[in-house]
Each structure stands twice: as structure tokens, then as C-alpha cells.
Design a protein around this ligand. Structure first.
Ligand code: FAD
Ligand code: PYC
Length: 415
């Protein structure tokens, strides 16, 4: 693992930073790899990382059509929590949250994990019942959350108006060790670790076809930088999952929809937790730079455009202003969109596919950043051994067999 001493940092300052090495090597595609991962977002890179670290599989390429983290990984609002209702999801998201606790040390890369606490507001009687139920389930699952009163809400977030006429705050589901991390640092930290293990990170390389041999097994991929053979293929492309599955010859029960977010001008520190208000479709936190990071629900149509719209700013700010009157005085700086892959039960797919040696990791929808390390850990297990206890419930067959993992409440903004 690469380490930089204080001396090295001082030396670079003196020689105008001309000696730093790139964090990961720019690789040319080889003819063949044991494993190819399509998608250089957090989940694809984390899968490659755990394949090397836990299973000793390092003849691996991560193939990315744009730049690392340029998909949803670099576009999300960085919320990390594990307050899910169903046992399989709680196990997976809590595994992930716990891996975030030590990620900076494990990767020797500062991902700025900040367990500042995440609060999901209850603003209807229905939500009060729902979140109390989740708190009880979490207690049985060993996840520390609790339902708190309006008075406690006001104490931990004083800028909030809890007495709004339309949506008063009736309490909230509070997870103290939930929080945020710097999203692109997660991608960069994994990429550096993969590159150090001898894996190839190949950017600007779009997969255009998936090849199969005469028995139907995966044989390789065609890309804008030539054909590459592989033993196993992992498809980890979020909003583009339907397209890749189509290339491989199977169908997925996912829809691709835009999800937008925006940030305000930087202001003085005023809020040191993350608040989600799911009834009204809005959430907010404050970045280390002082910007208010704001998001809402998904756009109401399928699309592949990663853009923001004025309509979304208006809808989201209108949703939040009753509870956060201060945002009426904020100037908004910029907005953007990502394409999220939604399943009907709002739970992910980590699965073998009808094509032998082809695996899929998708369906994280609006909530996969928090799952990045655990998803990679579990996907690597699945690809290396052919099965993984953490992924058992998340197979594609659940849609055929009706074994849904309903997380519409926990999905929050996407319920
Ligand atoms: P991505 O990061 O999208 O990576 C997939 C990669 O595949 C992309 O880089 C893409 O370029 C590449 N690719 C696609 N097609 C091809 C091809 N043909 N060939 C090669 N490469 C290809 N989650 C949370 O947990 N908390 C949040 O607060 C949160 N907020 C969000 C806010 C917004 C606005 C958005 C859009 C999402 C949010 N999410 C959040 C969801 C989260 O961002 C995603 O679930 C997660 O980042 C998915 O990671 P990934 O690695 O699977 O996908
Ligand atoms: O899953 O916590 C989440 C989330 C918040 C905003 C978008 N997704």
C-alpha cells in the first residue's frame, strides 16, 4: 500500500508538486482477463477491490465508458445509513455502513466519512407508525436507531420549524452513526488500491457487445477499444443495466429514471446532521464547504439524461421550505442529475444471470452510495465462489417467485 510521509509532502510543496504519481495507472486493454467488471463507479471498483483482497483474484479489468465515478457515484448526495426494514437489507446495508467506519484506514485514502447522524422525519401518523416499526426491527437486527420526539428533533436540528401548518414534525427515526462521506474519494481510493494490486483500470472504453461461446457461456466483450476475452463478467452499470443486459441476452425488471440534486451558495455552519423529509420528497445536509446539499424525489418519467431542470428546483425547495424556512433566503448555485435503476420492491439485484459466468449488480435506485463497500464485498464473494449468504435474497429469481424485499419506506425519496 502506498504511503506518503510528511517529508514527501513537504518535498512536493518545495518542487511545485511535480513529483506526484497518478493514483492509478492508465491501462491499455489486454487480450484476456480472468474477470472483467463493466462500470467504473463505486460498486464496480469495490467489487474488483474485494476480488483481489479477499479472494486473491487480481487478473481483473474494470472497464469504464467515461471517467471513474462520473456516473451516479460522483453525482449522489452522499448519505450513508442502514435503517432498513427487512432482515436481508438491514444486514447488507449495515455491513456496508460498518465498512465505511474504517474505509479511510483500510484504503489509506481519506474518504472523509462523517458519522454526523441521519434523521428521517415523521410528518404524518402513517410515518410515525412506519418508523416506530423500523426502529423495533432495527433493534432486533442489531442496528442502532431510535424513534425520537419532536422536542428531541428540535434540539438536534434547531434551524427546523417543527410546527408547520401542513406537515408538522411528529418525531423522527434517528441513526446516530449514519452520515456522509466524500463520494468521488470512495471511487478514487478503491481505484488506487486495485491498481496497486496489478488490476487494469481502463477508462474511456465503452462496452458495445457481450460475446458468448457456442455453449452460451460468457466469452468476452467488444468495446470502443477492441475486443477483450474473459472468464467471468460482472455488469455493474446502474442506470445502464438494462442496456448491458440486453447486450448479454437477458431482461431485467428495472426502470431507468433521472434523480436530481442541487447545492446552494456556501453559508456559515448551521446544520450538523442530515435530514430526510420523505413525505414531502426533500432532504438536506450541509457540506464541509458550507453549501446546503438538497435533493428530492425522482423525475416522473424514464430517461437517460443526466441533467437538472428548473421544475425540480421549484418542487424540492417548495417541499422543504415549511420545515426549513431559512432556505427561502438561499441562492442556489448548481444542479445536476443522475440515472438511477429502480426495481419494483426498491431493493437491489446481486445475482447470477441466465448467462453462465455473467453476474449482475444493479437496482440500487436512489440509495446505492451507502451500500458501495458492502455491495462490492458481497458481489466479489458471489463471483468468486458462486454463492454468498449476503446476496442470497437479492437474486433475480425473486421477481419470478414473488419473494419481494419491500423497502419502499426505507428507500425514502423514492418511495
Ligand atoms: P455508477 O456510479 O453510475 O457507475 C456505473 C458506471 O458504469 C458509470 O460510471 C457508467 O459510465 C458506466 N457504464 C455504463 N454503461 C457502460 C458501458 N456500456 N461500458 C462501460 N461503462 C459503462 N445513494 C445513497 O446511498 N445516498 C444518497 O444520498 C444518494 N443520493 C443520490 C443523489 C442523486 C442525485 C443520485 C443520482 C443518486 C443518489 N444515490 C444515493 C444513489 C447512488 O448514487 C447510486 O445508487 C450509486 O452511486 C450507484 O453506484 P454504481 O457504482 O452502481 O453506479
Ligand atoms: O438513500 O439515503 C438515501 C438517499 C438520500 C438521498 C438520496 N438517496
Amino acid at each position: 500500500m502506498r504511503r506518503y510521509s510528511a517529508f514527501a509532502i513537504a518535498r512536493e510543496a518545495l518542487r511545485h508538486h511535480t513529483g506526484w504519481k497518478p493514483a492509478w495507472a492508465k491501462a491499455e486493454p489486454k487480450k484476456r482477463y480472468d474477470v472483467i467488471i463493466v462500470g467504473g463507479g463505486g460498486h464496480g471498483l469495490a467489487t474488483a477491490y474485494w476480488l483481489g483482497k479477499n479472494h486473491g483474484i487480481t487478473n481483473v479489468a474494470v472497464v469504464e465508458k467515461g471517467w471513474l465515478g462520473g456516473g451516479n457515484t460522483g453525482r449522489n448526495t452522499t448519505i450513508i445509513r442502514s435503517n432498513y426494514l427487512q432482515d436481508p437489507s438491514a444486514a447488507l446495508y449495515e455491513k456496508s455502513r460498518s465498512l465505511y467506519e474504517t474505509m479511510s484506514q483500510d484504503l489509506n485514502y481519506n474518504v472523509m466519512f462523517s458519522p454526523r447522524g441521519v434523521l428521517m422525519l415523521a410528518q404524518t401518523e402513517h410515518e410515525v407508525r412506519g418508523y416506530k416499526r423500523t426502529a423495533h426491527a432495527n433493534a432486533l437486527q442489531g442496528i442502532k436507531t431510535r424513534f425520537i420526539s419532536p422536542r428531541e428533533v428540535k434540539k438536534i436540528c434547531p434551524i427546523m420549524n417543527i410546527d408547520g401548518p401542513r406537515y408538522p414534525v411528529l418525531g423522527g427515526l434517528w441513526q446516530e452513526r449514519a452520515g456522509t462521506a466524500r463520494h468521488d474519494a470512495v471511487a478514487w481510493g478503491y481505484a488506487r488500491a486495485c491498481s496497486d494490486m496489478g488490476m487494469d483500470i481502463i477508462e474511456q472504453c465503452e462496452v458495445t457487445a457481450v460475446r458468448r461461446d457456442e455453449t452460451g457461456k460468457v466469452a468476452g466483450i467488444d468495446t470502443t477499444r477492441g475486443s477483450i476475452d474473459c472468464g467471468k463478467l460482472g455488469i455493474v452499470v446502474a442506470g445502464n443495466s438494462g442496456r448491458l443486459a440486453d447486450m448479454a441476452g437477458f431482461r431485467l425488471p428495472v426502470e431507468s429514471v433521472p434523480l436530481q440534486a442541487l447545492v446552494s451558495e456556501p453559508i456559515k455552519p448551521c446544520m450538523d446532521i442530515v435530514v430526510m423529509a420523505n413525505t414531502v420528497h426533500g432532504y438536506m445536509s450541509q457540506s464541509d464547504k458550507g453549501e446546503m446539499v438538497i435533493g428530492g424525489g425522482t423525475d416522473g418519467y424514464n430517461a437517460y439524461t443526466q441533467r437538472g431542470s428548473f421544475q425540480h428546483i421549484e418542487e424540492t425547495v417548495r417541499a422543504l421550505v415549511e420545515t426549513f424556512p431559512m432556505i427561502s433566503r438561499l441562492k442556489m448555485l448548481r444542479q445536476w442529475g443522475g440515472i438511477v435503476d429502480m426495481t419494483g420492491d426498491r431493493s437491489p439485484i446481486l445475482s447470477k444471470t441466465p448467462v453462465e459466468n455473467c453476474f449482475i449488480n444493479c437496482g440500487w435506485g436512489t440509495g446505492g452510495f451507502k451500500a458501495t463497500p458492502g455491495s462490492g464485498w458481497a458481489m466479489a464473494e458471489l463471483m468468486a465462489k458462486g454463492h454468498a449468504p449476503l446476496t442470497d435474497a437479492f437474486g433475480l429469481e425473486r421477481f419470478r417467485e414473488g419473494r419481494f424485499i419491500d423497502e419502499s419506506v426505507a428507500a425514502g425519496v423514492a418511495h
